[in-house]
Design a protein around this ligand. Structure first.
Ligand SMILES: [Fe+2]
Length: 198
């Protein structure tokens, strides 16, 4: 019997170079913005309980090298693109509901975990076949243990530490759960979309 694992979701995890330096540069001013305006939300976040704000990242701080690495890995042609960044700051109770990043010619998205405690939870990607998996599990009375058959990305072994960067195709459905435990630390991520321009 030959088994084919058809149609994967593409997610890459990368350790960001100079994370500690980058964190020192970014986090203090972001926390100040959060403390000064604790109710800010981008328009698309209206169903979530989150805090986010568009963020300017340029020059050496840009994540362009990681995007280029992805493009080279898959042998995509060179294209012109811009990167739109935004920051998410979460208290333990904040969350974001299921969404994708398919907007504005986005071809690749990223999440950089700038400040992330071991008790915080990363974005969860959802298996595109989640409904079929649930159905099959109910019919056959057994949930398969192989990573291909898990519903959520953390169940496949995709764990996150502070300083990690996730790259993913913008069609990947994902959400951000709240922290399991009440605490007073801030979970800070920098997200971005790379979108094609002429
Ligand atoms: Fe997202």
């Amino acid at each position: 019997m030959n088994v084919y694992s058809l149609f994967p979701s593409l997610v890459a995890k990368i350790k960001v170079q100079h994370h500690e330096k980058l964190k020192k540069l970014l986090v203090p001013s972001l926390v100040k913005q959060y403390k000064d305006n604790p109710d800010l939300e981008l328009p698309w976040a209206r169903w979530a309980n989150t805090w986010n704000i568009n963020t300017n990242i340029s020059g050496n701080l840009s994540f362009r090298k990681y995007i280029d690495e992805w493009m080279q890995h898959f042998n995509y042609p060179k294209i012109n693109y811009d990167i739109t960044y935004w920051t998410n700051i979460h208290e333990w109770y904040h969350y974001q509901e299921v969404h994708t990043h398919m907007t504005n010619n986005t071809f690749l998205s990223g999440i950089y975990y700038a400040q992330f405690d071991k008790d915080d939870r990363p974005a969860e990607f959802i298996n595109p076949k989640d409904q079929a998996l649930t159905y099959t599990t109910e019919v056959l009375g057994k949930k398969l243990e192989h990573p291909f058959f898990q519903k959520y990305s953390t169940d496949t072994g995709l764990t996150i530490e502070e300083g990690d960067l996730l790259l993913f195709t913008p069609d990947c459905r994902h959400f951000v759960p709240s922290s399991k435990d009440k605490h007073d630390r801030l979970r800070i991520t920098l997200s971005f979309n790379a979108h094609k321009i002429k």
